[in-house]
Design a protein around this ligand. Structure first.
Ligand code: NI
Length: 170
């Protein structure tokens, strides 16, 4: 298990466009493993390669409560977005302690390659659709604060956290 350092806002890497991943080899698999380990340790739902300083079009997402439904995206592209939107809280491991309200499509269809280079398509909704939009933005140097409706205050974040904790117990 190798935990990589997560790049924080202010680092140029977060603002660059990532290059396509062309080799599907041990080096990529090591990156994917390290990214998953790093995401799980930081208790995030997603992580994009530029967040660990690698400018390649690679992202990992796991929105499951049990942390056992990892999805790896290589060279992902959103090929369809629903007109219907969702508006909700979003945060980022590169901007710890902050959160914003971001409007995203309610559903998206994404095309990507798996770790062996095999193409796949996935239709996602709600939180998974939001996570996909967020991570794919990272591959183009976009951070959620660029597209948010508004920043949440510390008080709002605390109140929302309490609500969620309570929700989990119910
Ligand atoms: Ni992020």
């Amino acid at each position: 298990m190798a935990i990589r350092k997560i790049v924080k806002l202010g680092d140029d890497t977060l603002r660059k466009t990532s290059k396509p991943q062309e080799s599907f080899n041990l080096r990529l698999w090591t990156l994917l493993k390290d990214m998953a380990d790093t995401m799980y340790q930081a208790e995030g739902v997603g992580l994009a390669a530029p967040q660990v300083g690698i400018l390649r079009r690679v992202a990992v997402i796991d929105i499951s409560e049990n942390r056992d439904q990892l999805i790896e995206f290589i060279n992902p592209e959103i090929i369809w977005r629903s007109e219907e939107t969702q508006c909700g809280r979003e945060g980022c491991l590169s901007l710890p302690g902050r959160a914003g309200i971001v409007t995203r499509p309610k559903k998206v269809k994404v095309k990507a390659q798996d770790r062996h280079g095999e193409p796949f398509e996935l239709e996602a909704e709600d939180l998974l659709a939001r996570a996909i939009c967020h991570e794919l933005d990272h591959l183009d140097g976009v951070v959620y604060i660029d597209v948010m409706d508004r920043e949440m205050s510390k008080e709002e974040i605390e109140a929302d956290n309490k609500r969620q904790e309570k929700g989990n117990k119910e």
